[in-house]
Structure formats: structure tokens, C-alpha cells
Design a binder for this molecule. Structure first.
Ligand SMILES: [Zn+2]
Ligand SMILES: [Zn+2]
Length: 229
């Protein structure tokens, strides 16, 4: 009896190790079973551009065009909306919480769109945390930390602000807006920060000089990751 049980156990173990790779292979070739139950090819997705009150309409149009050029998918400019009062904070200075705006954008995203980029002129902020999830030290610096943009990775919404992009040279302003928009939508599409120093997905960290140092395009490796030619 013991011997039979032992054999069953051994057989089960062998079956598990030999069949697991086969099962994983079958799962991996069925896109809807691959990590995300709602998986949709990037080429089939649509993006919305959502200006919040006061954001320039011609600038929204330019951002739409540069996103279409970069990602090769349709981008729609949505009617302007008011900033949600619930996102406003005054911790160090008057700001809107970028994380609250991400939730607001997600909640108001038309079902026909897969991702939505919020555009605003007010200063936006988030809480900077370390790897363990605790607020980074010093707390008073990082609890309400001003950012250029923020986006889910992957996810339905991202937001950028023009507030911190006005520093000279003035000619760099539009390029900065364009790069940060491409960067945040890249996060929505699942891209992480890139090691390639000139790639638009490089970590802008805390400096405008980093934004100025990258190109307004994805490197070959980032393109491959999301299936772009
Ligand atoms: Zn980033
Ligand atoms: Zn890259």
C-alpha cells in the first residue's frame, strides 16, 4: 500500500514538472489568458486627451498629433473639464494631487477609449515612497512632492502638468510637454523606465535637465516591447 502511494506521489510530481511547461505554453499563446483578462493588442487601442480648465486648445491638438505619430493609434481630444475640487491640497503650496486626478480621469474615461491623458496648468503632486512603501525621507520634502506627470503602469489614465516646464529656454517648453506626454502614455501601455539615456522612457527623476536630455521618441527596445515597428 505504501509502495503504491509512493508511486502515485512520484507520478504526480513528474506529471506536474512535465506538464507545467506545456500548460504555460498553451496559456501564453491565448492572449486573453496572458496575465490580463482584458488583454487587447496595442494597435487596437484608442487614447483620449483630456484638457482640464485653462489648458491651451492648440497645445492639446499638438499633443494629440505627437501621440498619434509615436504610437500609431487614434487619439481624440475630449471637451475641457473642471478640475475636481477634491484633488486640491495646500501642504507646501497650492497644488492638485496627481493620484486623485488619475482616479478622476479613470472615472470619466469614455468606455470607447482605452487610455486617457489629463492635461493641466496647475502644479500637481504625489507622495514619494521608498521600496518598502514608506514615505521617503525627509518626510516634509516628499509627502507632497511636485511632479511633471504621473501615470498608472499599465493602466487607463495618466496626467501631466505644464506648471514646472516654463523655465528657459522658452523654445524647450513644447518639446518638454510632448516628451512627458509620450512618457506617461508609455507607462499606461506597460512600459517601465528605460536604461537608454536618450529614450523618452528614461527616468526624468527630479530634474528638467533630464527631460531636456532625452529625445521625443521611444528607443528600439521600448518599441519592441509594445510591438511597434
Ligand atoms: Zn516615468
Ligand atoms: Zn527605451
Amino acid at each position: 500500500m505504501k509502495k503504491t502511494l509512493g508511486l502515485f506521489f512520484l507520478f504526480g510530481l513528474l506529471a506536474f514538472f512535465f506538464w507545467r511547461p506545456a500548460l504555460d505554453f498553451v496559456l501564453s499563446i491565448i492572449p486573453s489568458w496572458n496575465n490580463n483578462w482584458n488583454y487587447k493588442a496595442i494597435a487596437d487601442r484608442k487614447i483620449g486627451v483630456q484638457a482640464y480648465q485653462g489648458f491651451s486648445k492648440p497645445l492639446s491638438e499638438q499633443i494629440k498629433q505627437s501621440l498619434e505619430k509615436t504610437y500609431g493609434i487614434p487619439v481624440y481630444v475630449l471637451p475641457e473639464r473642471q478640475l475636481p475640487a477634491s484633488a486640491f491640497v495646500h501642504i507646501k503650496s497650492p497644488r492638485y494631487r496627481a493620484d486623485s486626478l488619475l482616479r478622476d480621469l479613470k472615472a470619466h474615461k469614455p468606455d470607447t477609449l482605452d487610455h486617457i491623458l489629463g492635461l493641466c496648468t496647475v502644479d500637481i503632486s504625489t507622495t514619494k515612497r521608498d521600496a518598502s512603501g514608506a514615505v521617503k525621507e525627509p518626510h516634509d520634502k516628499y509627502l507632497d512632492w511636485g511632479v511633471f506627470g504621473l501615470g498608472y503602469r499599465p493602466g487607463p489614465s495618466c496626467v501631466i502638468s505644464s506648471f514646472r516646464l516654463h523655465r528657459a529656454p522658452a523654445t524647450a517648453f513644447y518639446e518638454r510637454i510632448e516628451k512627458i506626454s509620450i512618457h506617461e502614455i508609455g507607462h499606461n501601455l506597460g512600459l517601465e523606465h528605460c536604461e537608454s539615456p536618450q529614450c523618452v522612457m528614461a527616468d526624468a527623476a527630479e530634474k528638467l535637465s533630464t527631460v531636456d536630455g532625452v529625445k521625443a521618441e521611444l528607443c528600439e527596445s521600448c518599441k519592441r516591447k509594445i510591438g511597434l515597428p
